[in-house]
Structure formats: structure tokens, C-alpha cells
Design a protein around this ligand. Structure first.
Ligand code: CDP
Length: 228
């Protein structure tokens, strides 16, 4: 068995997975990977290359572009680098948010990004957040967490976050985007969002960040002890 372990953090849009997974990485001193940032980078790349027409990704246009792309994280800032450029801010814009679930629904996109995601597990223990980490990317992950929260609460959190970044998005736009992505992510044919049978659910609608972290660390410690 590999000396490294994996922690999968899956859940719906804007439920605080990324914050939690980043904190877990810091507490346990393991690598944190935001798989959503990789899908967002793919969506940005598709937009830049005009491979999305009438909200639909054109595979014949995008496949060669994606195959040549270099998608990785900066070693110290952890920002997403697309072909060497820091696109961390751009991938959070609403044009990307509006197109990412369509791009992520294509099998060839998922196969390519999944390979990159799995490579990270060869060199260190990792915590990765996303939609299909516990079900597809690391089905044998030692710990699987599934995060849920009320859609209204999620939209409020994301709206506040965007306001701090001076975004012009309205609350209604944010809620609408969350609901649309939830639907697309759950209904797509390839690797849809669902809770793995062995995942532990955390509803954080009424938990502070600190409370949710404490809960997650308790679960992780128990699971990792059981496996030893
Ligand atoms: O941060 P937020 O929850 O808004 O989304 P994200 O984690 O940045 O992911 C953006 C989008 O990428 C999701 O809505 C999914 O459509 C897609 N995604 C996916 O399909 N599989 C993953 N493992 C991660 C993200």
C-alpha cells in the first residue's frame, strides 16, 4: 500500500468545500488541490479559444486546445497557472462560472483532468475538493467527506465573497448560478455529483468555519486511526 493517503471533500457549489479543504491541508501539512479550479481553467481556455457556441462546448474545437494546455498550481501561492499565466482571478469571474458546468460535463475533459488530479497522489498525501473525488478520482480515498448546505445560505456566502471582490453580480444572479450548476452537476452522464456510499456528510448551514473544521478533523483522525 502507498505510504500516502487521500482525503476527498465533495459537495454542491459554494458550500464551503474549498475553504474547508484548504484548512485541512494546513492543519495536516498535506497538499491541497482545488479540482474545481482546474475545471474553471478549462472553461476559461474554451472561452478564450471561442470553443463555446450558444452555451455548448464544441469538442472538435476544444480537444486539441486542451491536449496542448498546461494546467498546474503555483508551488507557493497555490494559484492556478494556465499555460504559465496566473489566472486565479479570471477563473472566478461569472462568465467562467456560467460555462464551467457545461465544459465539465464532457467525458474527454474529465478524463484528461482526472489524470492530472491522480498524479498529485503519487508524490504526497493530499486533500482534494470537488464533485467526484470520492466517487471517481479517488474511490479508495481513506477519508471521504460530503458537504451540504442550504442553497439560500450558499448563495448568501458566495454573494458576500463576490462583493468583497467588488463584483457586479447581484444576489439573484448568484443564486440562479448555484441552482443551475447544482442541477447540471447532478444530472450529467459522466461522473455526476453524488455522495459516495462510504462518505460522511457534514451539513454546515449553521456551522462556523471553525466548528466545521473541528468536526472534519475529528472524523479524519478517527478514519485514519481505523485504517492503521
Ligand atoms: O467553488 P464552487 O463550488 O462554486 O465550484 P468549483 O469547485 O470551483 O467548481 C466549478 C465547477 O466545476 C462545478 O460547478 C462543476 O461543474 C465542475 N467540477 C466538476 O465537475 N468536478 C469537480 N471535481 C470539480 C468541479
Amino acid at each position: 500500500m502507498s505510504e500516502y493517503y487521500q482525503i476527498a471533500v465533495d459537495g454542491f457549489s459554494s458550500c464551503g468545500k474549498s475553504t474547508l479543504a484548504r484548512q485541512i491541508g494546513e492543519v495536516l501539512h498535506i497538499t491541497y488541490i482545488d479540482s474545481g479550479a482546474m475545471y474553471r481553467a478549462a472553461a476559461l481556455l474554451a472561452l478564450r479559444n471561442n470553443c463555446i457556441i450558444n452555451e455548448k462546448l464544441q469538442p472538435e474545437c476544444f480537444r486539441p486546445v486542451l491536449q496542448k494546455a498546461d494546467i498546474q498550481f503555483h508551488k507557493s501561492t497555490n494559484h492556478l497557472l494556465l499555460n504559465g499565466d496566473d489566472v486565479e482571478e479570471e477563473i472566478r469571474q461569472h462568465e467562467v462560472a456560467d460555462n464551467v458546468s457545461e465544459v465539465a460535463s464532457h467525458g474527454f475533459v474529465r478524463t484528461l483532468l482526472m489524470q492530472l488530479q491522480r498524479n498529485y497522489s503519487h508524490t504526497s498525501s493530499i486533500v482534494m475538493d470537488g464533485r467526484d473525488i470520492g466517487t471517481h478520482v479517488f474511490p479508495k480515498a481513506q477519508v471521504k467527506l460530503f458537504i451540504v448546505a442550504d442553497p439560500q445560505v450558499r448563495a448568501e456566502r458566495r454573494f458576500r465573497e463576490l462583493q468583497e471582490k467588488n463584483s457586479s453580480s447581484t444576489f439573484e444572479q448568484v443564486l440562479d448560478n448555484i441552482q443551475k450548476r447544482d442541477k447540471l452537476d447532478q444530472s450529467r452522464e459522466v461522473a455526476p455529483l453524488r455522495k459516495a456510499d462510504d462518505a460522511i456528510e457534514i451539513d454546515n448551514s449553521h456551522l462556523t468555519r471553525k466548528e466545521q473544521l473541528e468536526k472534519a478533523i475529528r472524523i479524519i483522525n478517527e478514519k485514519l486511526e481505523d485504517k492503521q
